[in-house]
Design a binder for this molecule. Sequence first.
Ligand SMILES: NC(=O)c1ccc[n+]([C@@H]2O[C@H](COP(=O)([O-])OP(=O)(O)OC[C@H]3O[C@@H](n4cnc5c(N)ncnc54)[C@H](OP(=O)(O)O)[C@@H]3O)[C@@H](O)[C@H]2O)c1
Length: 154
Amino acid sequence: MKIGVSGASGHLGRAVVSELLRRPGGHKVVAISRTPETVSGPAQGRFGDYNQPESLAEAYAGLDRLLIIPTVDPVKRVAQNVAAIDAAVRAGVKQIVFMSAAGARKEEEPALGASFWRGEQHLIATAPAWTILRMNFYAEALVQQRRRRWTGAY
Ligand SMILES: NC(=O)c1ccc[n+]([C@@H]2O[C@H](COP(=O)([O-])OP(=O)(O)OC[C@H]3O[C@@H](n4cnc5c(N)ncnc54)[C@H](OP(=O)(O)O)[C@@H]3O)[C@@H](O)[C@H]2O)c1
């Protein structure tokens, strides 16, 4: 089985790739981002840019499962999520896993939950098999916020 992680070079993506590589199961891991050169084996690095949907066709080709990790960009995130889901469906990915967020609900952008909710709805409407994960607030984010308050750094 080939498992892809889109957004693989970020904090969350790196942790997911590392966990997948640690687990037994005989699967192969494909790490997708705009910087595939940062991926070291045994994962395979592939270029894929959410803002260039045509690049995602090749990035997602041949995957059995794909985890889509949205970017931190609140403005482009809806279009990026939709592009990634469409590309994965077109590429024939058998199961698409979307990293959404707790509090995702129908609301107007740029409210935080809006982009995640739109991604969820698009996935449900279009993917043959899907899983939605809703992250809560990271403990690391709490620590970062607290540190910023103490040091005044932003
Ligand atoms: N719940 C919480 O407390 C919490 C806290 C922090 C973040 N988050 C959310 O969790 C998600 C992941 O956060 P993170 O900290 O892992 O983010 P991050 O470290 O900034 O990583 C973002 C990833 O997305 C990739 N990326 C950015 N723009 C891209 C594009 N146009 N096309 C393809 N890939 C692109 C980056 O790779 P390249 O730049 O190499 O392409 C990187 O792999 C985000 O949605 C963020 O908003 C939640």
